[in-house]
Design a protein around this ligand. Structure first.
Ligand SMILES: [Zn+2]
Length: 176
């Protein structure tokens, strides 16, 4: 079982230009507000919210942490919209991209919390590398993620590397 993301081509172009600004090697991120289609296991993107410098408590080359205020605002907005969230960040320069161990440790804390705050709505995460993307989704009560197999962008389908789910199933991230 895997999930997919449906996104307008113009939104995807906005995401890419935000994630890879010229001359800035720090990680960048943002959130997609989505409706989750249970039958299709698809996140339908409604709105893209890029994060800016002041939204972070910490922004490094390989680490992002949201400020408490940003996190609270994000949860309130998603709650008011009845939306599912998909977080996005990048690993600048990484090919065959996959979530890092630090990403996984973050998910272990953050995903159960945010799903509890958002009435158990599905939650997704995408990581972009150089010319590639990968993703996880949590759609049921299990703490175990499923893979995001790709992003439908207009008429095109961008396949994920699925390196993260392979690493997860190998036990590379440790216990759940
Ligand atoms: Zn990462």
């Amino acid at each position: 079982m895997a999930a997919v993301i449906h996104m307008a081509a113009s939104t995807h172009a906005d995401v890419l230009s935000h994630l890879f600004p010229k001359g800035d090697k720090r990680e960048q991120g943002g959130f997609l507000f989505c409706q989750f289609d249970e039958m299709a296991q698809a996140f339908q993107v409604i709105e893209w919210m890029p994060l800016k410098g002041s939204d972070y408590a910490s922004q490094e080359r390989d680490y992002l942490e949201l400020s408490d205020e940003t996190r609270a605002g994000l949860i309130k907005k998603a709650h008011d919209m009845g939306a599912s969230l998909v977080e996005i960040h990048c690993h600048p320069g990484q090919t065959k991209v996959a979530f890092s161990l630090a990403d996984w440790m973050g998910f272990r804390d953050f995903v159960p919390h945010i799903r509890w705050r958002l009435a158990k709505k599905p939650y997704g995460a995408l990581v972009y590398g150089y010319d590639c993307v990968d993703g996880f989704a949590w759609v049921d009560d299990s703490k175990q993620p499923i893979s995001i197999s790709g992003i439908q962008i207009g008429d095109g389908f961008l396949r994920t590397t699925e390196n993260s789910i392979k690493a997860f199933l190998r036990g590379s991230y440790g216990s759940i």
